[in-house]
Design a protein around this ligand. Sequence first.
Ligand code: AHG
Ligand code: MN
Ligand code: MN
Ligand code: MN
Length: 326
Amino acid sequence: MTDTTTLRRYLTKGDLDPNLIFLLEDIASACRSIANLVRNGAFEGNLGSANAINVQGETQKTLDILANDEFERICSNSPRLAALVSEEVEEVTWLKEPEEGDYLLYFDPLDGSSNLDVNLSVGSIFAIMQVQADGDRNVLHDGQRQVCAGYALYGPSTILVLTDGSEVAGFTCHQGTGDFRLTHPDMKVPSETSEFAINTSRHRYWDAPVRRYVDECVAGEEGARQRAFNMRWTASMVAEIHRILTRGGVFLYPADSNNRDAGGKLRLMYEANPMAMIIERAGGAASTGFGPIMDIQPSGPHQRVPVILGSRSEVERLVEYHTEAD
Ligand code: AHG
Ligand code: MN
Ligand code: MN
Ligand code: MN
């Protein structure tokens, strides 16, 4: 690896608004700090659950809260950041009087936090949108309005993947210097795949189209698809999406009979939308089964949605199965 393009060099090469660059650099700093918190969690007594429940009704891990505080503390330095929407905070946090063009940051400070205590991969997810007019406190914009989206994966290495709407690029955090260096330029999702990711313990709750799709994959050479499929489930969306960006695949967290009232499990504004933007800019597709995720007009900051995303041919097949069953 001879390319030593740093995150700053990469961001300043184009014509991005300097205030957006400041914000992206702050996000990168927050992720670097969270990577350290996660790695040192056992020494600092930070593993395990906090004595608190978030707006989702989930028991918060201590590190969910610490990671949220780190995002808030570091990103508050960005002069044009007007508001924060976090998985761990019920209300929108306003940092300034909103002016047209100010930035809105939506984030999942720690994704896959059930993996923390077993030392498996976790991550952070973020999306950035903009205030539409002076004084406008509306944060419920559809995903097509995202100006930037990304995630950090705290795996064997820490990698930050982001898109400003053009290509998708990955930056690995160098352990010696702490800087993020471009290691994965122009990431693309292979359009064909033989790998799917879904929590199959929910099989009994699934609707017919999802059941049909997975049953056909599992049937392998003997089934309608006449080929073998592989299955992976890490319970960390960031890790699943990074695998799919790297070698293809399809990820499903559908609405089912056990979560339908909530609308699904994953949250639109800081899980589904940013991952949809990344996957689509990398040539993949992202749907609820009935339409593009990024077309959804949000009804609340913590709204949940069904998620099907990854290699285009498999997502299109799943949409077909949903349309046929409708
Ligand atoms: P979070 O840890 O931010 O609450 O998100 C967890 C999500 C997501 O990362 C993952 O894909 C999914 O929940 C796992 O769900 P199961 O527990 O049903 O496997
Ligand atoms: Mn959670
Ligand atoms: Mn999450
Ligand atoms: Mn989370």
